[in-house]
Design a protein. Sequence first.
Length: 240
Amino acid sequence: MVTLAMFHMLHTTMMPPEVFFDGLKHSAYVRFSVLALSSIFFLVDPFAALPTFLAVTAGADGDRRRRMARKASITAWAVLSAFAVAGQLIFHLFGITLAAFEIAGGIILLLIGLDMLNAKRSETQETGPEAKAAAAKEDAGIVPLGIPMLAGPGSITSVMVLVGQAGGNWRLLAAILAAIAITAAVCYLVLGNSDRVASALGETGIRILVRIMGLLLVALAVQYFVNGMVDLGVVTRPLD
């Protein structure tokens, strides 16, 4: 009887799966976490950095390639995490409003996204001279691979906008830091196994992947710009 009563109590208190997933879909924390991960990952974009990384590490053995990938990933993680933690201080120190950063970030992200639609790296992430200098360096893991190729102006701007939107909420800040850590881990896996990833995807596959992320990034850039205009009161947000 006791077992039956306990089973009945558990059955009646368990949340149906559709209710659980519907709650996740409407959770502001989950939506913000997905936005943070997608925007940071699309801007760091380790797949688009593959050709440059392979050129820089040409002739290197697997261990040296993984060491450089680890240095680049840790550098990107450290730089982006520093901006995430100090983001609010930077806003107050320079008197920058969230709306101004959203509009500026939207423009930068739009330029990067348009370049990605053409399956090429934006010059805000790397330039020809930087790529040549990296190829000539004995160890380019920190500069220019870590910064600015992975942690460049676009990804830093996105982190700053997300920090402004978090508004001092530590749960949302934790989501940003988790998104940075996940992105850095994926960067290490992709770049550390660059030869395998490149051979598996092929040049065409990488170009398609970069174009898809570029399309999503352009949409995200427009949304940032619209959010900034709404915050300034230039346009009104439509009612849901």
